[in-house]
Design a protein around this ligand. Sequence first.
Ligand code: FES
Ligand code: FES
Length: 159
Amino acid sequence: MAKVTELQVNGARYPVEADEATPLLVVLRDQLGLTGTKYGCGEGQCGACTVLVDGNPRRSCSTPVGKAAGRAITTIEGLARNGRLHPLQQAFLDAAAFQCGYCTSGMIVSASALLRANPRPSEEEIRRFMNGNICRCGTYPRIIEAIERAAEAMAKEKS
Ligand code: FES
Ligand code: FES
């Protein structure tokens, strides 16, 4: 089986050593120490492990690392800029959009892809896009509020 020896994560290149079929999540957490990305179901069903691969949300538990090699991977640790939280991270804090926080990284990473594609989504569009991200604590109303707040903040930043 072919080996993956390097990954491009959050704008930097890192040496890794993994069979190409190893889940990306395992390499991110165990070899690179990027533990913000969570292991939930391990079956591509909950979204806790979501990262961006070339800007597209991907379930890292069910993405073989070989499929992510040579691509730009972004994890929750890579969203802040110059010591400043991403507007979504700030909005999740401001709206208290979590209880245990286990789903939060995946929620924020997925929502970042939504807002890049659709900067001012309606509530219905947010619900539809975020449908695959599960919050076992049921904080969905505050998660939607946080995404709306972030969209507004990002629109203000641009104007
Ligand atoms: S841990 Fe990957 S989708 Fe649940
Ligand atoms: S805040 Fe606990 S799973 Fe979402």
